[in-house]
Write a protein that binds this ligand. Structure first.
Ligand SMILES: Cc1cc2nc3c(=O)[nH]c(=O)nc-3n(C[C@H](O)[C@H](O)[C@H](O)COP(=O)(O)O)c2cc1C
Length: 205
């Protein structure tokens, strides 16, 4: 059964505003859009700063650009502005505790290892989460203020892809991936990622 959150739909046909939706209505609608889960990592004076984020998407392939939307109140916001370089770690299905850990305020960030988080560093010093399904090394390209968030658009300088299944977020809950529905014809690039082992810049590592 369809549930409508539009309270004043009839006004659509006049010159009145479309309807008055609340933030809760908006969140409910957006929660229907299932996403993966990432942890954005940034070097903060030699320490690892992480933030769970799902407002992440690819933007362009030429040049290679991605974006992440960050709340003005998040500490990560200032760190990204200052460092201008960050990592995007796509979480694997067994990394739910890591997502929960980095969704808490940094005051509660004392025992990352207990959540299963450990890090390496790239040549640029960006923290890479061990065990993530994919890693993207990002250099800040541009920012755009948008309401209470800033859109950080970044150039992707390196990627690492591993075998495994993703952690998903849907209607406020974590999920695993279900069974495939149908199948698309495979491209040669799909085939490369499905080979055993991880791939870095198209090369297996
Ligand atoms: C599944 C999930 C996705 C989230 N996605 C985002 C996001 O895309 N952008 C954002 O600013 N906050 C997002 N958050 C909230 C931040 O993770 C949370 O506010 C965090 O405490 C901010 O940390 P910081 O102050 O250290 O930057 C998300 C939280 C969860 C649980």
């Amino acid at each position: 059964m369809a549930v409508s959150v539009a309270r004043d739909f009839g006004r659509l046909h006049g010159n009145q505003p479309f309807m008055s939706i609340t933030q809760s209505d908006f969140r409910k609608a957006m929660g229907c859009f299932a996403t993966g889960v990432t942890v954005i990592t940034v070097d903060q004076a030699g320490e690892v700063h992480g933030m769970t984020a799902n407002a992440f998407t690819s933007v362009s392939v030429d040049p290679l650009l991605v974006l992440v939307c960050v709340d003005h109140r998040a500490r990560t916001h200032a760190h990204l502005q200052a460092r201008k370089r960050f990592g995007v770690n796509v979480l694997a299905e067994n990394q739910r505790a890591i997502s929960e850990y980095y969704a808490r305020s940094p005051g509660a960030h004392q025992h990352a290892e207990e959540a299963g988080a450990s890090f390496d560093r790239t040549a640029h010093g960006t923290p890479v989460l061990n065990g993530a399904l994919a890693y993207l090394e990002c250099r800040l390209h541009t920012t755009q203020d948008a309401g209470d968030h800033t859109i950080f658009i970044a150039e992707v300088e390196d990627v690492v892809v591993r075998e495994g299944e993703p952690l998903l977020f849907y209607r406020g809950n974590y999920r695993g991936i279900g069974t495939p529905i149908g199948s698309l014809p495979q491209t040669s690039e799909d085939h490369e990622v499905e080979n055993p082992g991880a791939a870095r810049n198209g090369r297996k590592i």
